[in-house]
Design a protein around this ligand. Structure first.
Ligand code: ZN
Length: 400
């Protein structure tokens, strides 16, 4: 067989592109990205916007610096998805011919101070929508990462960046840029090195929210082996200490629009019937909580165990477990999912042995929509063999 034929045959078997590191990247970035894994091309890439006010300019060399950083973040997700059983899957990015990432440079109508942390995202997103309407086909999916330069004032500067939005909001998320936001500081025990982990870990974590991920903690076993989950406190460890994606995060990303491989024509986030629960039970064996759910319209069932409060940003310690489906779906699409949650896998913060505890069942649908169904119970009075009454399935809600 001729070499060219062999390459063609092999590439048909492996529909992935090798993420070649562009020649103009820094030597340090080339070193860090040397063990890159191939990433499957995406049908609907993530949109990355570099957003300015009418009176500020991009931070110097942002295209190279942020391209290197986005390659690194894409590789983190690709390697973690591969480890979780979804080989070579990551969020897609729009690319330029020179290997840089395509950043949509959008200039707002207001002074940059008007796009501040807290509420500045409203006007920003409005103006990105206007940009998308004026530039047909520029915005390729429903997920947008917005990056703004740090403020420079009495409080913030390039050695203490901030002032701009930095959070996930639905399918949008916000991160920031500053002069030392550069992979050459990765892992270094210097001010710039610690800053990089904070803002790079922060970008990867907020991006996770923008890609449908809720907070979650890992099991005791996984954290001992792999460190900190990105969607737990991993925003403070990525690049410095071992950081990983939980199976819960990986399954939700498998149903996320910007992770869909080229050719996947799923109508992501289009209205569809909600999961119907035909039968469900939660039992306490003395060593484990065992949940069985028979439902339809669902690809994955995951569960999060946490102590109250359950409010936003109080859920970093919710320990995630994943169900194994049992048997095949019946003609109406119903299938049984079983999750075993050993108490030994909960950290002391959840396994207090007293007071209220909550279990949130997450239903991930094939088109990326998610539902959450919460049951609370008193963990202090549980006895082995107890059946814990579940809340009514009608109380489940759409969202994280
Ligand atoms: Zn978060």
């Amino acid at each position: 067989m001729k070499t060219t034929t062999l390459i063609a045959a092999v590439s048909m078997l492996l529909p992935v592109v090798q993420a070649a590191v562009p020649a103009h990247f820094s030597d340090r970035a080339k070193e860090i990205l040397a063990d890159s894994v191939p990433v499957q091309p995406a049908e609907y890439p993530l949109n990355i916007v570099y957003f300015l006010g009418n009176d500020n300019e991009p931070v110097a060399d942002y295209e190279r610096r942020l391209s290197e950083i986005m390659h690194f973040v894409q590789q983190f997700y690709a390697k973690e998805m591969t480890r979780n059983g979804f080989p070579n899957r990551s969020f897609g990015m729009q690319m330029l011919e020179n290997g840089n990432v395509k950043f949509h440079l959008v200039r707002g109508k207001r002074s940059h101070r008007e796009y501040a942390y807290g509420t500045g995202h409203n006007a920003c997103l409005e103006e990105i929508r206007e940009y998308a309407a004026a530039h047909a086909n520029s915005i390729c999916s429903e997920h947008i990462l917005v990056i703004m330069p740090t403020f420079h004032d009495a409080e913030y500067n390039d050695l203490q960046p901030g002032g701009v939005p930095f959070y996930g909001l639905g399918r949008n998320c916000f991160a920031l840029d500053y002069a030392h936001f550069d992979l050459r500081h990765l892992g270094q025990n210097t001010h710039e090195g610690r800053l990089l982990t904070k803002w790079l870990g922060g970008l990867a974590h907020e991006l996770g929210h923008g890609l449908n991920l809720p907070h979650n903690e890992g099991t005791v076993t996984d954290m001992a082996a792999m460190g900190t989950p990105l969607m737990g406190a991993g925003n403070y460890t990525l690049g410095m200490k071992p950081t990983y994606l939980t199976p819960n995060s990986a399954r939700l990303l498998d149903c996320c629009q910007v992770f869909a491989p080229a050719g996947d024509k799923t109508e992501f986030y289009a209205p569809c019937p909600r999961p119907e629960v035909q039968q469900a039970a939660l039992q306490y064996t003395g060593k484990e909580l065992v949940l069985t759910v028979r439902c339809n319209n669902t690809t994955y069932v995951n569960a999060l165990v946490q102590a109250p409060p359950y409010a936003v940003n109080q859920d970093y310690e919710a320990v995630a477990f994943c169900a194994t489906p049992e048997g095949e779906a019946d003609a109406a699409g119903f299938r049984t999912h079983r999750i075993a949650m050993p108490l030994s896998e909960l950290t002391a913060r959840q396994n207090t042995g007293k007071g209220e505890q909550g279990i949130d069942v997450l239903f991930a649908q094939p088109n990326g929509l998610r539902y959450r169904w919460r049951t609370t119970y008193d963990s202090a009075t549980l006895k082995p063999g107890d059946e814990i009454p579940l809340s009514k399935p009608e109380s489940m809600w759409q969202g994280y």
